[in-house]
Design a protein around this ligand. Sequence first.
Ligand code: URP
Ligand code: ZN
Ligand code: ZN
Length: 462
Amino acid sequence: MTRTLIRGGLVVNATGTLLGDVLVDGERVAAVTTPGLVTEADRVIEAHNRYVIPGGVDAHTHMEMPFGGTSSHDTFATGTTAAAWGGTTTIIDFAVQARGTSLLSTLDKWHARADRRCAVDYGFHMIISEVTDGSLKEMRQCVDAGVTSFKMFMAYPGVFYSTDGEILRAMQRATETGSLVMMHAENGIAIDELVSQALAAGHTDPIYHGLTRPPELEGEATARAIQLARVTGAPLYIVHLSARQALAAVAQARDTGQNVFAETCPQYLYLSIEDMAKPDFEGAKYVASPPLRTKDHQADLWRGLRTNDLSVVSTDHCPFCFKDQKALGREDFSKIPNGMPGVEHRMDLLHQGVVAGELSLERWVEVSSTTPARMFGLQGRKGVIAAGADADIVVYDPAARQRISALTHHMNVDYSAYEGMEITGRVETVLSRGSVVIADGTFHGHEGHGEFLPRGLSHYLI
Ligand code: URP
Ligand code: ZN
Ligand code: ZN
């Protein structure tokens, strides 16, 4: 087995920092030691003036996701390669139940798509699009197969939407199975009405996607989901939280001791509804749900990250090409496929929070790696640099400068939502289970290196 020594870096875990060496033996971390203690290794990676951090865990991605008559443009191969470039060594993607099909056949389908394709390790959540006796029963088999979290939608009536009664039933089943319900919390019934009214008034531009999904309807749905969870005793994880109204509902629930967790995404921390107003249909690049909010929400989200009312940052990476896919909604904003690219830039974008004093170094690692690993049953293996953990490690140069651009990114999409943004810091070397996948500005990994991760129950619920 290859012994790799990562020498002289600042090892950053959620629990603290240590100037030291990391010894990797095969696929695992063997030891974190004071500098110079270990001298023999097959390979030495110098990390002076660098951070040595656990590989990122992006708990919310959509590779090859069917949506609005098309599919997100990154495959499991291209998307996980881009993730590696950005220092993310684990993704948790979503298997999507189509109506009329079972959860287990869905899981088989997604395994077939990802198997031997991924460059880094991956797991699945399951999207429940149809609550039936059969799908509720299958939740247990999903848990046994390592899929321990289920996403439901209060938005997209007629597609993914579940009624409150259906959500209640699924939450009861989640309580029985120890699994975690993830909620897309927007009031889709009210939103659809606003969308119809906007279109009837001739408002077809991308900005109307944002204007017809007001933050109050995210706040309302979040509060409703929380009450349903309270009644059923189910833990709840709010995905892609964007609005202060939703954050207030989460904070209030947490203050009363309820097991409610939430994630936000870089786009809500850095972009705003103004981007959706860009001329020449450029605003379509920023169409995602929930939509980008006015800038004043951003300070609340950063504060939520510090207070732990927001405990995870995921990307909701769901890329659609501007030219061929976003264009489906040129005449009608409601036909623009929802989603934005981002899996490659999460660690860098969050590092800007460290540079700006919004987050400590440890908190950067915690929200991007440690907590998502624990939240989704990968504790011990991922999200930490400690003896016995998988050697998913990033050597990060905090002083490097780079500029984000679609010309240089590795995601399979023809634009960047952060085009031209100057970044302080850069991923230098990436190890995935002990193998060097990024070094010297080159991808050294390969499709199929990434393994499926059967996940346990959430660390926060045991
Ligand atoms: O607009 C988004 N977020 N697209 C991906 C699907 C989802 O709701 O997460
Ligand atoms: Zn969603
Ligand atoms: Zn999503």
